[in-house]
Design a protein around this ligand. Structure first.
Ligand code: SF4
Length: 313
């Protein structure tokens, strides 16, 4: 594949294009400032909760014996200062951790043993390029899980064309760059990256999607932990009280120490549903803690579930 797509969600024309690309839409729907501006708040949340309910209803009827996305946080640090993120570099309270090679390989070996062909993301609540060994980890994953879709999100601060080609060689299929800039412009290194890649004639590179974002956007409240969206001020979570959430039906989020978190919005890893050092990925996914969360979400919505009850994701 050889493709660079640049989206500016603040631009109406680009927004139209977003609607055409459902995968991007799913990620961006809750985030695009423009959508929030053009829809009255009640309607915006009505639509969002409708979509979530529909998604989860689908899982009640289909087989969810296996996750369809695995998110591996190989290092728990970021190098940016986004106002919406509980673990931006100014506010991160987590103890520094980087996933050991042995643990990483054991996780991938398990995915290989079950011929996993879903998505594997090499990011979570972090900047994945801070892990110097990321390309090797991706290469190992590609070798062991050739049918899986490998990708990661980055803020792009450290990214250049040479790295993109290295990741391509490792087996990555897609890189999404969240270009955070309050002037809604591409960073110089991202402009250079586009120019360099466009010059390449016979060299293939992964799909690159660049999304122009603002550093201080007000997004979802991340289980009540988003620094620029205190619940005392933005009580949007009230719209979601009776609404389930699709993440525990889809995604397995693994922290650098091997613990499995409730979801990708649980930035501090406050709710642990299993430990890959002690149980297999499938055991954790099918285990009681996950089951209990899913049942509660379906039967009672988010009420009385820690984090979920104050979450507007
Ligand atoms: S905290 Fe709960 S409601 Fe919020 S995203 Fe995670 S699982 Fe979903």
């Amino acid at each position: 594949m050889k493709k660079i797509i640049v989206y500016n969600p603040y631009n109406v024309f680009s927004l139209y294009k977003l609607f055409l690309f459902y995968s991007i839409l799913k990620v961006t729907f809750g985030k695009a400032e423009l959508i929030k501006k053009i829809l009255p708040e009640n309607l915006y949340y009505y639509l969002r909760t409708k979509i979530i309910k529909k998604n989860v209803a689908k899982y009640e009827k289909t087989d969810i014996t296996l996750f369809k996305n695995v998110e591996i946080e190989t290092i728990n640090r970021c190098n940016n200062t986004c106002g919406f993120c509980p673990v931006n570099k100014k506010q991160d309270i987590r103890t520094f951790k980087r996933m050991e090679e042995g643990l990483f390989n054991r996780i991938i070996d398990q995915l290989s043993d079950i011929n996993y062909s879903g998505e594997i993301a090499f990011h979570s609540n972090n900047e994945p390029l801070l892990d110097n060994d990321l390309a090797n980890k991706i290469a190992y994953t590609h070798k062991k899980c050739p049918d899986a879709f490998l990708y990661f999100y980055t803020n792009g601060v450290l990214l250049n064309a040479e790295m993109v080609l290295k990741f391509k060689k490792s087996g990555i299929q897609k890189i999404v760059v969240n270009n955070y800039n309050n002037k809604k412009k591409l960073h110089k290194n991202i402009e250079n990256l586009i120019n360099e890649l466009n010059k390449l004639q016979d060299v293939d590179y992964p799909q690159i999607v660049i999304i122009i974002r603002e550093l201080n956007e007000i997004l979802n409240n991340r289980g009540g932990n988003s620094p620029n969206k205190p619940n005392s001020h933005f009580n949007h979570y009230k719209y979601f009280q009776d609404v389930p959430c699709s993440l525990p039906f889809e995604k397995l989020v693994i922290r650098p120490d091997g613990k499995v978190s409730l979801c990708s919005q649980d930035a501090y890893g406050e709710i642990t549903l299993g430990d890959t050092n002690k149980s297999s990925l499938v055991e954790i996914w099918q285990g009681k803690p996950f089951e209990k969360i899913r049942k509660t979400l379906i039967n009672n919505g988010r009420k009385r579930l820690p984090l979920c009850e104050i979450c507007d994701y």
